[in-house]
Write a protein that binds this ligand. Structure first.
Ligand code: HEC
Ligand code: HEC
Length: 323
């Protein structure tokens, strides 16, 4: 009798803690400051810098524009720039269904500059919804404020495209846990280009190379000791599975034997290229056509940074054809 009473109390206590934790997460998270009150000037220089970043470096438009996978590396459909609609789901190991939102002025017209900036640097939408970090906002949170503002200036003047994107649906418990993921942006100034290693780290970070090239645990956390060693699998719309390459300086399984010139040439080769791909043939999610237009300085700095990383011996089979 006494034991049953104690057990009953314990169950009630655990229940209370669960409910308490639930309420705490619902009321206290996402734990991110209100959107900053800013007024982005939108000068031509700012728009030019923003376009370069959003289209070639931080590749916002690679995700927020439908891609044409009948062509190698899925170049974006230029006439749908920013209209959104790309879908990620359980077939890619995601616990839910996500859609890239429409980020043209047709969708963001009512948003303040600060609300747009907070969404991609801290992971909180205009209405306070916690965004899922498939969009690499933890990396963007380290962007120089001037660079983030340049992206806002650019987004304000791309053509408005009316396009309703479906709402996401996250499987439990992710629908609750996602609230813990946004993080207050921690911007850092753009390092001087004369310090190529530090500058290269900055460009590599905001280009979010790690988002694909660092393997993830089953609950979606990057495996830090496997930084840039590749292996993450992507099923392709044209059939087969492509895996992120090992881009650490390991001689045999990474890119350690590549010269700086070879590295830059590999990107340049895909600069805006449009080669059609037969169903089931080698294709990739790596946005070569967008990154391929990065400046020589930025690609070279990325190379210098990657070469400074620990060489990890991890052999990756880059492609398995579909059946
Ligand atoms: C890897 C793909 C990816 C990249 C790269 C990416 N996004 Fe996103 N973005 C998404 C997804 C997916 C969502 C929706 C997330 C969700 O619903 O939880 C999103 C949401 C947003 C939102 C919120 C829209 C809303 O209605 O809530 C904004 C604004 C945004 N992105 C802007 C950007 C900008 C600017 C960049 C570049 C600096 C960028 N995105 C890069 C995939 C991406
Ligand atoms: C959307 C996911 C994605 C992003 C983002 C991405 N990559 Fe990749 N990358 C891949 C995949 C998948 C492959 C393997 C298939 C291929 O070669 O295209 C690859 C291949 C490569 C290769 C070729 C390696 C080899 O052995 O041939 C290099 C170099 C590379 N990536 C560098 C980068 C750099 C640098 C960045 C950031 C500027 C980056 N990647 C961002 C997915 C990505």
């Amino acid at each position: 009798m006494r034991i049953a009473k104690i057990l009953g109390l314990l169950v009630a206590l655990v229940g209370l803690m669960v409910v308490g934790g639930f309420v705490f997460i619902l009321t206290s998270y996402p734990d991110v400051a209100p959107a900053p009150q800013i007024d982005v000037a939108r000068t031509p220089a700012q728009i030019e810098r923003g376009q370069y970043l959003a289209e070639q470096v931080t590749v916002c438009q690679t995700c927020h524009t439908p891609r044409d996978y009948s062509m190698f590396a899925g170049p974006i459909k230029q006439d749908r720039l920013g209209a959104g609609g790309e879908r990620w789901d359980q077939s890619m190991g995601l616990p839910g269904v996500l859609y890239a939102d429409n980020i043209t002025p047709a969708a963001l017209g009512e948003w303040t500059d600060g609300e747009i900036l907070r969404a991609f640097t801290s992971g909180v939408s205009r209405d306070g919804t916690a965004l899922f970090p498939l969009m690499p906002y933890h990396a963007y949170g380290r962007m120089d404020v001037a660079d983030a503002e340049a992206i806002v200036a650019y987004l304000r003047q791309i053509p408005a495209i009316e396009h309703d994107v479906p709402d996401r649906s996250l499987d439990p418990p992710l629908n609750l846990v996602v609230r813990l993921m946004p993080q207050q942006a921690d911007p850092q100034p753009v390092p001087s280009t004369s310090d190529e290693l530090t500058y290269g780290e900055y460009v590599t970070t905001i280009a979010a190379c790690s988002a694909c090239h660092t393997p993830l645990t089953t609950d979606g956390q990057p495996v830090v000791e496997m930084g840039y060693a590749g292996g993450h699998e992507y099923p392709l719309p044209t059939g087969g599975i492509v895996r992120a390459a090992n881009i650490t300086p390991h001689e045999a399984s990474g890119i350690g034997s590549w010269s700086r010139e070879q590295f830059i040439a590999r990107f340049r080769a895909m600069n805006g290229a449009r080669e059609s791909v037969a169903p089931g043939a080698f294709n990739t999610v790596m946005p070569w056509t967008d990154y391929g237009k990065m400046t020589e300085q930025d690609l070279g700095a990325i190379y210098t940074y990657l070469m400074s990383l620990p060489a990890i011996d991890h052999f990756v089979v880059r492609f398995t054809p579909g059946i």
